[in-house]
Unconditional design. Structure first.
Length: 197
């Protein structure tokens, strides 16, 4: 269409995939890098030269990356909603078990837990509701094979403190004690059509 120079192209994914790492396949079951690490390629209008940015960011940073390059009239309308520059916000990921009855029936108690990840390069802390916390140095151990949680407790404790401060400052989506709404029959059919049920 002859639009390449004029458009912004963002290529990314919602999740990675496990191919046997940590005894996992597919995605969504845990918080190791295989399921979390995704591509992010951005081509801005009139961009001719590429660069690799090593800074860790979250998918929550993508709107800021986009709106910061929009025309000023559009950017000033939307940028205030995404005010944090990449690197200013804490980078986290969370995994909640959504089908506890299924995991119990399948005797997969391993997944009957909640997991939260916080990054502070090169460290990655995994906090787990079952008490099996993990700490990895992703620079020297990108495969997350050597759990440093016990040996680097000072690093783990500092990261846990940052995460607790973040949790106490964020707005909860649901009021305490209020349950999420059950999906409608139409939503269930959509999920089935997508292969999620």
């Amino acid at each position: 269409l002859g639009l390449y120079d004029e458009v912004m192209i963002v290529l990314t994914s919602d999740h990675g995939e496990y191919f046997g790492e940590h005894g996992l396949v597919e995605h969504g079951k845990d918080v190791y890098q295989g399921g979390l690490w995704i591509p992010l390629i951005v081509k801005y209008p009139n961009q001719r030269k590429g660069e690799i940015v090593e800074e860790e960011i979250s998918s929550a940073d993508i709107p800021r990356l986009m709106f910061s390059r929009f025309p000023r009239e559009i950017a000033k309308r939307y940028l205030p909603q995404f005010s944090d520059e990449p690197g200013e916000r804490i980078v986290i990921s969370e995994n909640y078990y959504v089908y506890p009855a299924f995991w119990k029936l399948a005797r997969l108690d391993r997944f009957n837990r909640q997991r939260a990840v916080i990054y502070d390069w090169p460290y990655k802390l995994i906090q787990s509701s079952d008490g099996k916390h993990e700490l990895y140095d992703l620079e020297s151990d990108p495969g997350e094979m050597e759990n440093l949680f016990a040996r680097r407790s000072n690093v783990a404790n500092e990261m846990r403190g940052r995460f607790e401060r973040f949790k106490s400052s964020r707005v909860e989506m649901l009021e305490p004690g209020k349950e999420a709404l059950a999906p409608t029959p139409e939503q269930i059919e959509e999920l089935k059509a997508l292969g999620y049920l």
